[in-house]
Design a protein around this ligand. Structure first.
Ligand SMILES: [Zn+2]
Length: 266
């Protein structure tokens, strides 16, 4: 599932092929991905046609396309999708495609529960898909700010994944951040010392930035079709040696899977 780094990579790789382009025709093959207006592909296609893309931004795990005339489209990857820039118009798609007036296109394909919402800019605040907490990479994330944001009674992994506290961190990067910070995923936020909170705040930013630089995780492809090169240290590496000390990486499944090294994460 794409998280903050993959969304950031997607945004950067598609910005130049959509910004300033005018949408001429919209194809919707996967009708159930149109969530606002609900499964109404005609209204969605009509609402986009003739509008220009003024800009894109990331909000948590969603991409927000600002259109001319005060309208906006939200795209949420959910379990995954490939949003790819095409140099030619798209005639058929398995998902949703936006054809631009200049002959290029943006094709959303391989969608796994991904969703679109078309709304007026003033209505965006009402969309649950856009509700998320502070952005870990915007402004300065200090130890003090982090302890105010994270739910104190929760264990660290669950606290990092709480989208209403910090937006954009999921199952993958919560494991990676905690390994980098040498903290056990099962500690509670309230148990952390000042210096541990400081290190956690630092590693949140470093881990996310490291993955953005690498183009996201290996299963992810950006809008130009380039595969990510971020290699996980512990996530999905149960039974393999910890890259820090060689001890065996453990995995426990309680609803979701948690990966960690019991030797160096305290
Ligand atoms: Zn270790």
């Amino acid at each position: 599932m794409p998280e903050l780094p993959e969304l950031e990579v997607a945004l950067r790789s598609m910005a130049s092929c959509v910004t300033g382009r005018k949408i001429s025709r919209v194809l919707v093959e996967r009708e159930r991905s149109i969530r606002t207006p609900r499964e109404d592909k005609r209204a969605f296609a009509r609402g986009l046609a003739g509008r220009s893309v003024r800009g894109i931004e990331r909000r948590g795990k969603a991409l927000l396309f600002h259109l001319s005339g005060g309208w906006a489209v939200v795209f949420h990857y959910k379990l995954g999708a490939l949003a790819i820039c095409r140099k030619q118009p798209v005639a058929t798609t398995d998902g949703v495609a936006w054809n631009f007036e200049d002959g290029s296109a943006l094709d959303f394909t391989d969608m796994q529960l991904s969703e679109f919402h078309l709304a007026h800019e003033e209505e965006l605040g009402r969309l649950p898909v856009l509700k998320s907490g502070a952005d870990p990479l915007t402004g300065s994330l200090t130890a003090k700010k982090l302890s105010a944001l994270l739910p104190s009674k929760k264990q660290l992994k669950a606290a990092l994944m709480d989208q209403y506290a910090l937006g954009g961190i999921g199952n993958n990067y919560s494991d990676e951040i905690l390994w980098n910070a040498r903290l056990s995923p099962f500690r509670k936020v309230s148990e952390l010392s000042g210096s541990e909170l400081e290190e956690l705040a630092r590693q949140i930013k470093l881990t996310l930035r490291e993955s953005i630089k690498a183009g996201g995780e290996e299963e992810f492809r950006d809008a130009r079709g380039r595969r990510g090169r971020y290699r996980e240290k512990v996530h999905r590496r149960a039974g393999q040696p910890c890259p820090r000390d060689g001890h065996k990486i453990e995995m426990i499944k309680r609803g979701r899977k948690t990966f960690w090294c019991p030797h160096c994460q305290k």
